[in-house]
Design a protein around this ligand. Structure first.
Ligand SMILES: [Zn+2]
Ligand SMILES: [Zn+2]
Length: 336
């Protein structure tokens, strides 16, 4: 097959569109420069595109430009069975058409118009305004470790949530996190409650009333539990172990039912001190249905598999928990 315009032969490096070679097709139907309009925050560099603010670091302008060009070109060339990939090299953009019969690449021009503005979060930071406040408090002291865990949890959140944090104030009794909108504050609070096992209480305070319009501020008070990971407690008379590894969701493990419950789902006052006994033992024998352990006074105890947590091997040190509801054997990592 020959191109009726230029006479060149159809080949994998010269596919055809509508009976002519792609080169001649592009001369007949030149691709207009691809226009891109966006807002850029003059303070943090975030880009507003298609209805949302994109973080400055993860979404570089060039990537946005290439994606936009791809989208526009696909509208034209997909109908002819071509996929489009746009790449850039030293500021020049190149589109590559990839079809079953061949590939062809040509330069494209992308014109980006930037409007300088302030993103909502920089705007709020500048004015210091916020709609919600999370007050993190603890029965014990809110220590550096808790503070770090809160910061880590927030920084692992999606950009929109992280950026909604206007300021964090450290206080003697804990700290306050000021957040731009109520909706973000609720999401952040529930994530923190899950991670740290806190209980969040919501109250709305009227801040001003102007022209009949009420403005409220949401205040979320979060009490962190004083229980530490590895603590034994009781929930409604059942023995339970507190699991609060850094980064994980804080839970308690009900020993007799082998069931985990999020600490944030438990009413704070329903946790009671543990009433049984705890001691270190040595695993003597692991049987198919039970484990036999040797106590410090050289007597033996048996624990059914249903009460064993961990993978005991003979000779290992384990923690024997005795309670009126049963006997349990816990690996030391769970308790320490
Ligand atoms: Zn041609
Ligand atoms: Zn900004």
């Amino acid at each position: 097959m020959k191109c009726p315009i230029c006479g060149r032969e159809k080949s994998p490096s010269l596919p055809f569109i509508e009976g002519i070679c792609v080169d001649c097709y592009l001369k007949k139907n030149p691709i207009k420069p691809i226009k891109l309009k966006l807002k850029r925050c003059k303070s943090c560099g975030a880009i507003f595109l298609k209805g949302r603010w994109e973080p400055p670091a993860t979404e570089k302008l060039e990537t946005v430009e290439m994606k936009e060009a791809e989208r526009e070109l696909k509208k034209i060339f997909r109908a002819y069975g071509f996929e489009v990939v746009v790449t850039s090299h030293e500021g020049e953009f190149k589109a590559q058409l990839i079809g079953e019969e061949g590939m062809f690449s040509f330069p494209v021009t992308i014109v980006t118009e930037e409007e300088r503005s302030l993103c909502p979060s920089c705007l709020a930071k500048r004015s210091g305004s916020y709609e919600a406040k999370i007050q993190v408090r603890s029965d014990g002291r809110v220590d550096r470790k808790t503070f770090k865990e809160v910061m880590d949890t927030i920084s692992s959140m999606p950009y929109e949530l992280r950026e909604a944090v206007v300021s964090i104030e450290e206080l003697k009794e804990g700290f306050d996190i000021n957040i731009r909108e109520k909706s973000s504050a609720k999401i952040i609070a529930s994530a923190l409650a899950d991670k740290l096992g806190g209980e969040a209480k919501f109250t709305y305070k009227l801040v001003s009333e102007r022209g009949g319009e009420k403005r409220t501020r949401l205040s979320i008070s979060m009490r962190l539990p004083s229980e530490k990971s590895g603590d034994l407690v009781e929930l409604n008379g059942e023995p339970a172990l507190v699991l609060k590894k850094s980064g994980d969701i804080a839970k308690i493990l009900l020993l007799s039912r082998r069931k985990e419950i999020k600490l944030s789902k438990i009413e704070k006052d329903s946790l009671r001190p543990f009433t049984g006994s705890v001691r270190e033992v040595t695993v003597e024998a692991v049987l198919p249905d039970r484990v036999i352990v040797l106590t410090e006074d050289f007597s033996t105890e048996e624990v059914n598999n249903s009460g064993v947590f961990g993978k005991p091997a003979s000779g290992e040190k384990y923690i024997l928990v005795e309670h009126k509801t049963g006997k349990f054997l816990l690996s030391k990592e769970l308790v320490l």
